[in-house]
Ligand binder design. Structure first.
Ligand code: PXG
Length: 442
C-alpha cells in the first residue's frame, strides 16, 4: 500500500458522521469500544455512565444476555427471509406481542427499520387510508413547531425544527403546523405536565377551519417532545387534541419513538396520558437499540379499510427489504421478554419521584433557567452564551464525558434518559457530576 493510502485507511476522515461536529470530533475523538448494562468503556479504558440510553434506545441497558443470545441464535438459524410475499414465524410473533402490549383497539403492526421510516410509513398509511375509504380529498398533514419526526422528507415536512428543514427545499406540500407548547414565562420549573397551555390544542381547530376540516388527513405529535429539549405536554392538551380529531375525522398519530417502551413508567405514552391515538409510531426501544427496527401500530379500522378488493392484490404499496427482518424480530422478542422479566416498562414510575427530586436539586445553579421531568426523562435548560448558542451546553457535554458521564444536548438544553435499569446511586452520580460541572461552567 502506498504511504498516502495507508495514511488514509488509518484516518478518521472517511466517515462523514451523522448529526455530529465532524471536525471537533476528529481532533479529539470520543470512542466507545465496549458496553455493559449502565456503562460504556472508552478506547482509553475509562468507564462512562450512559445517562442517555445510547440515543434513547437502550432502555434495558447494554449487552443484556437474553437479547445477545437471541440475536446470535437467529443469525445461525435463519439469517434473512424475503419480506414481501413471504414470511417467517418470529415477525408474526413479535407483531402479536406488540399489539398485546399496545392500548386496546390497536391491533396491527407494520415493521420498518427506524423511527424515520416509521414516521414515513404512518404518514403514507394515513393518506392511503382516507383514499381507500373514498376520502381522497383528505390530503393535508399537520405537525407542530419544535416537533421531531426523523430526518426523511415526510418527517422533516411535518417536523418543526428549523435547522433540520431549512437546507432542504420545498419539502412536502399540504402541510401546516400547530404552535409548540414550550412557555418558560408561565411554566418554568414544572414537574411532569405543565399547568398552562392546554388551549394550544385549539390550534388544530383554527387550522381545520382555515383549510376546511374535510381536507385534513392526520396530525402527528410527540406526546412528550424529545429531541427539541424534552417538552411534556400541558395538562389536558393531548385529550383535547383527541377530541378535536374525533370531531373532524382527523387521524391522530403519536410519535412514540422516544416515549415508547417504558420511558415514562408506562409501556407507552398513550397509557400515561390515557389517550389512544389511531396510529403509533415506534422504534428505538423496540429492540433495545441492538438491531435497527421500527414498528407502526394501528387500529383495526385502519387495517380493515385496506383489506378489500381482489385477494391476490397487494393492499398497501409500501414496505422495506428489511421489514420484520428475522434477526431484528428475534431481538425484539428477547427485548420484550427482558422488559417483562425485569419489570422495566413500569420501573420508571417507581423511580420517577427520586429522579425528579434529583433533577430539581439543580435549581438555582448558575445558567439554569428551567428544569423539566417526566418518568425517566429529564431536561436542564441553560441560558445560552450571548451570540454563541449551543456552546454552553456542548461544553457541559464535553466536561461530563471527561468525568465519566454521557449526556445529550440539543441547543442549550441537556437531555437525560438513562436505561430503565438505573439504580439510585447511579442517579446520584449523574446529578453530583452535573452539579459540579454547572458550578464551574462559563
Ligand atoms: N421520531 C422521534 C420522536 C424521534 O425522537 C425519530 C422519530 C427518528 O428515529 P430514527 O431511528 O430514524 O433516528 C426520532 C429520533 C436526541 C436524538 O438526542 C433523538 C433521536 C435520534 C437521535 C438523537 O434527541 N430521535
Amino acid at each position: 500500500m502506498s504511504s498516502s493510502k495507508a495514511a488514509k485507511s488509518n484516518s478518521l476522515d472517511s466517515f462523514w458522521m451523522p448529526f455530529s461536529a465532524n471536525r471537533q470530533f476528529k481532533q479529539t475523538p470520543r470512542m466507545f469500544v465496549a458496553a455493559d448494562r449502565m456503562h460504556y468503556t472508552t478506547s482509553e479504558g475509562n468507564q462512562v455512565l450512559d445517562a442517555t440510553s445510547g440515543l434513547w434506545c437502550v432502555n434495558a441497558g447494554h449487552r443484556r444476555p437474553k437479547i445477545v443470545e437471541a440475536v446470535a441464535k437467529q443469525v445461525d438459524e435463519l439469517d434473512y427471509a424475503p419480506a414481501f410475499q413471504m414470511g417467517h414465524p418470529k415477525a408474526f410473533e413479535l407483531a402479536a406481542r406488540l399489539v398485546q402490549l399496545a392500548p386496546d383497539g390497536i391491533n396491527h403492526a407494520f415493521f420498518t427499520n427506524s423511527g424515520s421510516e416509521s414516521v414515513e410509513t404512518a404518514l403514507k398509511m394515513a393518506l392511503a387510508y382516507h383514499r381507500v375509504k373514498g376520502n381522497g380529498e383528505r390530503f393535508r398533514l399537520i405537525g407542530r413547531e419544535r416537533g421531531y419526526h426523523g430526518v426523511n422528507f415526510g418527517g422533516i415536512s411535518v417536523g418543526g425544527i428549523v435547522s433540520n428543514r431549512k437546507m432542504f427545499g420545498t419539502l412536502l406540500t399540504g402541510v401546516d403546523h400547530m404552535r409548540h407548547t414550550h412557555n418558560l414565562e408561565l411554566n418554568a420549573y414544572s414537574r411532569n405536565e405543565p399547568e398552562h397551555g392546554a388551549e394550544l390544542a385549539d390550534d388544530l381547530e383554527r387550522i381545520a377551519a382555515l383549510h376546511d376540516p374535510s381536507t385534513i388527513a392526520a396530525i402527528i405529535v410527540e406526546p412528550v417532545a424529545g429531541s427539541t429539549g424534552v417538552l411534556p405536554p400541558p395538562k389536558g392538551y393531548l385529550k383535547r387534541l383527541r377530541k378535536i380529531c374525533d370531531k373532524h375525522g382527523i387521524l391522530l398519530i403519536f410519535d412514540e419513538v422516544i416515549t415508547g417502551f417504558g420511558r415514562l413508567g408506562t409501556p407507552f405514552a398513550a397509557d400515561y396520558f390515557g389517550v389512544t391515538p389511531d396510529i403509533m409510531v415506534t422504534a428505538k426501544g423496540l429492540t433495545n437499540g441492538i438491531i435497527p427496527m421500527g414498528a407502526v401500530l394501528v387500529k383495526s379500522e385502519i387495517y380493515d379499510a385496506f383489506m378489500t378488493g381482489p385477494e391476490h392484490l397487494i393492499e398497501f404499496m409500501h414496505g422495506y427489504t428489511y421489514s420484520g427482518n428475522p434477526v431484528a424480530s428475534a431481538a425484539g422478542l428477547a427485548t420484550l421478554d427482558t422488559y417483562e422479566e425485569d419489570g422495566l416498562l413500569t420501573r420508571g414510575s417507581e423511580l420517577a419521584d427520586y429522579w425528579a427530586d434529583a433533577v430539581f436539586s439543580l435549581k438555582g445553579l448558575p445558567h439554569v433557567i428551567d428544569l423539566r421531568t417526566m418518568g425517566l426523562i429529564g431536561a436542564i435548560e441553560l441560558e445560552p452564551i450571548a451570540g454563541e448558542p449551543t456552546k454552553r451546553a456542548f461544553t457541559a457535554f464535553l466536561n461530563a464525558y471527561d468525568k465519566g458521564l454521557l449526556i445529550r444536548t440539543t441547543g442549550d438544553i441537556i437531555a437525560l434518559s438513562p436505561p430503565l435499569i438505573i439504580e439510585k446511586t447511579e442517579i446520584d452520580f449523574i446529578f453530583d457530576t452535573l452539579r459540579d460541572i454547572l458550578k464551574n461552567l462559563d
